[in-house]
Design a protein around this ligand. Structure first.
Ligand SMILES: Nc1ncnc2c1ncn2[C@@H]1O[C@H](COP(=O)(O)OP(=O)(O)OP(=O)(O)O)[C@@H](O)[C@H]1O
Length: 359
């Protein structure tokens, strides 16, 4: 149902504001048609700048943006925002306050005939589950409803691409999860290609088909949520995407010697075999187990903090002698308290990254 044939392709984008440093530094990413991609990165990494370039509000210093098979930004080409076939859902709906819900949704359909406009508006309101709300005014809607109407308005003209700029930011967390999956469902039903900008890793992992992690204006890793979580490119990505346990380590054959004992490696790092490189081992908290301190634990420590989440708990364990602290994911039923002595054991294998962890 999209008008484009090939989603979004961004290549080699660079941009600096004035004489400042490059905010986009050779950034490239692709969103196949019909997929939802998330751009995930810390504050200031260039997400909004990327969005503004793709939307056409900002002309980059160099690079190319192709939407639906058409170059909309590149050497010799700058298509204005309103002619890019790009729909936008902003952080807080940004509905026209003086127009009814139906008129907001119909806004981008001015060139269509009256009957078509009505039918498409009704279709879009049904799609976002608000068919009954056509005659309401925006101020009569909840924040979540406003965001759904903003999505209906963005999808109505069948854009080649929908940009979602932290669309759940203004909502409380109970609402967020439900709205996320509703919006995901509506995008899928419309067959839309979409780019979601967020700094919330849980949001990116839970809704996107693929995620591009941005750091300092570059994509440092892109893949499915599962790939990013299971095989982060480096320790920084590991700790940005989900909880990670990073341990200083020394290579020891097919193992790494760490404060939690010898940990078998997922794959041997490239380079001379049997080298004695030092680096960082990446584990996930669910790979660590709490054991009795008397048992054959890989290491012993003291519980420093318990963060209870109902279904499970994250237990922070301080290792002795100034060793690192490690986070263990334990069942929610486990009764440990700060101050308890505990053993810690590692299950499975770990990735080894030579050199110090990036900060
Ligand atoms: N109009 C501007 N003029 C000068 N510098 C700017 C301008 N807009 C953004 N910047 C700078 O560019 C960098 C990237 O900003 P950008 O808004 O793209 O980051 P972001 O990843 O969206 O951050 P956040 O998650 O906090 O919104 C920041 O250092 C910011 O201060």
């Amino acid at each position: 149902m999209t008008s484009g044939s090939s989603g979004l392709r961004v290549s080699a984008l660079t941009h600096a504001y004035g004489r400042g440093d490059r905010v986009l530094d050779g950034l490239g990413l692709t969103v196949p048609e019909g997929e939802l991609a998330a751009v995930l990165g810390p504050s200031g990494c260039g997400k909004t700048t990327l969005l503004r370039v793709v939307a056409g509000f900002l002309v980059p210093d160099s690079g190319e943006v192709v939407v639906g098979g058409r170059v909309v930004s590149g050497p010799g080409a700058q298509v204005p925002p309103e002619r890019r076939g790009v729909g936008i859902v902003a952080q807080e709906g940004a509905l026209f306050p003086h127009l009814s819900v139906a008129r907001n949704v119909a806004f981008g359909l001015r060139t269509a005939g009256r009957a078509e406009r009505r039918a498409r508006t009704a279709e879009m309101l049904e799609l976002v589950g608000l068919g009954e709300y056509a005659d309401r005014m925006p101020h009569e809607l909840s924040g979540g409803q406003q965001q759904r109407i903003a999505l209906a308005r963005a999808l109505a003209p069948r854009p080649a691409l929908v940009l979602l700029d932290e669309p759940f930011n203004a909502l409380d967390s109970a609402l967020r999860a439900g709205l996320r999956s509703d919006i995901r469902g509506a995008l899928r039903a419309a067959g839309a290609t979409a780019l979601l900008v967020t700094h919330d890793q849980e949001e990116a992992l839970s809704v996107a088909d693929r995620v591009a992690v941005i750091r300092r204006g570059r994509v440092v890793q892109s893949g499915t949520p599962q790939e990013l979580y299971a095989r982060p490119a480096d320790p920084w990505v590991a700790s940005f995407v989900g909880e990670a346990v990073l341990l200083p380590a020394a290579l020891d054959g097919g193992h790494a010697a760490t404060a939690l004992g010898r940990v078998p490696l997922t794959a041997l790092p490239a380079g001379p075999a049997g080298g004695s490189a030092t680096g960082t081992v990446v584990l996930r908290p669910e790979q660590l187990r709490l054991t009795a301190p008397t048992e054959d634990a890989s290491a012993r420590g003291r519980v420093a903090e318990v963060r209870y989440h109902g279904h499970d708990a994250l237990v922070l364990v301080e290792l002795p002698d100034g060793g690192p602290s490690v986070t263990v994911r334990a069942p929610g039923s486990l009764t440990v308290r700060p101050g308890d002595e505990t053993g810690v054991r590692v299950d499975g294998t770990a990735a080894f990254h030579p050199g110090p962890a990036a900060s």
